[in-house]
Design a protein around this ligand. Sequence first.
Ligand code: GLY
Length: 354
Amino acid sequence: MQIQTNFSTIYITTDIQKVLGKILNENQQNKTFILVDENTKKHCLPLIEPLVQSMDYTMIEINSGENYKSISTLEKVWSILAETGADRNSLLVNLGGGIISDLGGFAGSTFKRGMKFINIPTTLLSQVDASVGGKTGINFLGLKNEIGVFNHPKHVFIDSRFNRTLDKRNILSGWAEMLKHALISDEKDWEKIILHDIKTIGFKELNQLIARSIHIKNHFVEQDPREKGIRKALNFGHTMGHAFESLFMNTQNEILHGEAVAHGMICELFLSNMHCGFSIEKMGKIVKYIMGLYSKLKIEIIEFDKIFDLIGHDKKNEGHKLNFTLLEDLGKIKVNVNCSKDDIIKTLNWYTSL
Ligand code: GLY
């Protein structure tokens, strides 16, 4: 399967070697660099390596984890590119999850004012989200994605077989973004996706759903590549979700991005009912489905103020306003909806009572 966007060609396959091999041969890069972390070096590189062994290629290994999506890791990547003579005709292959494609995409976009890069996302989350859409960047001064540019990979190669090495929580983390795409698309997409059991799904079936999810994301990206308006639809569930992610960060109850988004969507459906008249019956059904898959977060009343403060730090807010992307109905999106502290507290009270 192939999706041609305004920016990239996305290949969705269960035989990455065949598709990638053809593109690497056609591309005529003078040097090839493969960015990996210790996990993708072990589990994913063996699938790619036979294709590049005969080429002039260099592996660049960085440490996995959000703490390494940093200026010092970026400096390391730039240094290796410089020391080994990379130039604008070289190709950077980002092999990994969202941290690899964000950091590698930024390194590739800035080195010598931009070299070609391709993404091979190896987690379900990055297959349906980070690897497409052109957001690249690093964390800085404790803030996520504070420095970065919009720039798109030339190609994206998705092989759902990479998901074989993921545990159940990481699969569900990606699934949450796919559910979000269905909710911001329409009722038909939602009814279709929930028919599938993500715990038992086959690779071919999963590829079909990944393709649909990317189509939906791309529909919003192409209308508004630099997120000035309707691309904010993709932030549904993320304002509350980011606050939950930060609340549990560096604690024993740390949660994955998609888990945070799943609960963020539950809360933002409640806000959607409050502000945009989202049907209470539909909300009930969707909440029941999500709660059936993602264990409820343990949030205490004394943490409500902290959550409110964390929402205030979300970079999507302008000035002192708390802006949310909400839904009037499935696929009927309202961006920049202003919610008060009182609305947030009501939502958290409702959530904790579920
Ligand atoms: N992750 C949402 C976006 O790419 O806009």
